[in-house]
Each structure stands twice: as structure tokens, then as C-alpha cells.
Design a protein around this ligand. Structure first.
Ligand code: ZN
Length: 250
């Protein structure tokens, strides 16, 4: 198979040392989704190009492609997200976001929406624009929604009530029950106030740049956090490694 040179932009989700001086990178790219890329000599050199292939770097990448194998030809950083490295909560949440991207994004297919979601969330996290817990939940719910697991929160699945003051969310099939239909809820259904439901609808149905623009507090906030995480865990094949550490420090 012929070696071809491609260019794309990508976020470095993971880096591991490989052989004496190379690194193996997991990269979320705009055009090819999640790919695995070898960066020759990246372990030894400390220059601009190696920074552009470091963890959490978002970069213009020029890659040699042989089938599904990729090697870095050149890399030029667009945003290194330096501020994420200064704080244990930010590093841990960024690592969780990156792990989820590698689980939920397609391989060798365009993943522009997932990439934009990750970059927007990392930016707000780095700049302290929203609380880490809120960003975590918004990211979880939006990522599953754009990756083929869109919940149906338009109305009660039993009676079609659209705006219940109290509802129940089923994380296993992504549906809503209103308070009047509570008698048929299942054991793992989660209580959801009207405010928490409104927040979930906002995250699912708003345009990309608007999904972070709301506020929640008290029980509604707790219910929102819980529903977003339980929904994600239902669809991820196993509990993300980075989640338990993140929860231990949040
Ligand atoms: Zn109902």
C-alpha cells in the first residue's frame, strides 16, 4: 500500500512512551476521528513540534498514512491548553474528557462535532468559565447525544405530558416519565425536577456554542449531575479509568 501524506487538525488524547525515543499517541482528529499515531523521537526532543504532540495539545498535523497506521511528519500547535496542567482537578477532568472522546468518537471517520465539543469544554475549563462539575455533566450528556445515544426528553413516554413539575429519567433507555406516571417507574429511574429536565433539554437540543449557558443549584443540580453520569455509564462499555480518580478529588 502506498504511503500518503495527509493534513488534519487534532487533539492529543493520550501519549505513551514507545521504544527508546518514540511516543504512541491517541489523537481525536477532525477528518479521521480517533487514530493512533507514532511520533518518532518525540520522547527525546523538547521543541515546538514535540509540544504540539503533547497531551491535551490541539495542533495542525501532517501525517504519513499507511493503511490505518499513521506517523507524524510535522506538527504545529494551535492551542496547547497550558492552563490545564496547573491544577489537579483540571488535569483530571481533562483526562476524563479525553478518555471519553476515545471511547465514543468513531475511528477513521470524521468526528468534527466530538472534537469541537471537547475543545470548547477544555477551553472553558482552562479559563475557569464554568464549574468543573457542570462542565463534566454537560460534556457527558452532549457527547452521548451526538454519538448516537440521543435521549428522548420531549414528553412523558407513558402519557405524553410535556412539562412535568417532577419527572423520572431512565438512564438505560433515555426516556422520561412524569410524576403522574411514577407508579410504573423502574428501580434505576432517577428523579428529575422541572429545572433539571430543562437543563438536560438545553444541553441536548441547543447549538454547540450555547450548551453551557444555564445555571442550576440545589437538588436540581444534583439530579442533573447524576442523570448525565448514569446515562453515560450505561452506554460506555466499562467505567472509564479516569472517572474514579476524578470523583475522589471533586
Ligand atoms: Zn406521564
Amino acid at each position: 500500500m502506498a504511503n500518503s501524506l495527509i493534513t488534519t487538525t487534532g487533539l492529543i488524547l493520550k501519549e505513551i512512551d514507545y521504544k527508546e525515543s518514540d511516543k504512541l499517541l491517541t489523537v481525536l482528529t477532525k477528518d479521521l476521528g480517533v487514530i493512533f499515531v507514532r511520533a518518532r523521537g518525540a520522547k527525546r526532543t523538547k521543541n515546538k513540534a514535540s509540544a504540539a504532540t503533547g497531551l491535551f495539545a490541539y495542533s495542525n498535523l501532517s501525517l504519513f498514512r499507511m493503511g490505518d497506521k499513521f506517523t507524524v511528519d510535522s506538527a504545529d500547535s494551535i492551542d496547547l491548553f497550558f492552563g490545564l496542567h496547573s491544577d489537579i482537578v483540571k488535569i483530571s477532568l481533562a483526562a476524563y474528557i479525553c478518555e471519553l472522546c476515545s471511547v465514543f468518537s468513531p475511528e477513521l471517520e470524521p468526528a468534527e462535532q466530538q472534537l469541537r465539543l471537547a475543545l470548547n469544554t477544555l477551553h472553558l475549563l482552562e479559563k475557569d468559565k464554568r464549574s468543573p462539575l457542570l462542565l463534566k455533566s454537560i460534556f457527558e450528556l452532549r457527547l452521548t447525544s451526538i454519538s448516537g445515544f440521543l435521549p428522548d426528553l420531549t414528553s412523558c413516554t407513558n402519557c405524553d405530558e410535556e412539562n412535568p413539575s417532577l419527572g423520572f429519567f431512565s438512564p438505560s433507555d433515555g426516556t422520561l416519565l412524569c410524576g403522574d406516571c411514577a407508579s410504573i417507574r423502574r428501580k434505576d429511574d432517577l428523579p428529575l425536577s422541572n429545572a433539571a429536565l430543562t437543563a438536560m433539554r438545553h444541553v441536548i437540543y441547543s447549538p454547540d456554542e450555547k450548551i453551557y449557558n444555564f445555571n442550576l443549584s440545589g437538588d436540581s443540580q444534583t439530579q442533573f449531575f447524576n442523570a448525565c453520569e448514569k446515562n453515560l455509564l450505561y452506554y460506555s462499555e466499562k467505567t472509564p479509568v479516569s472517572l474514579s480518580f476524578l470523583k475522589s478529588i471533586l
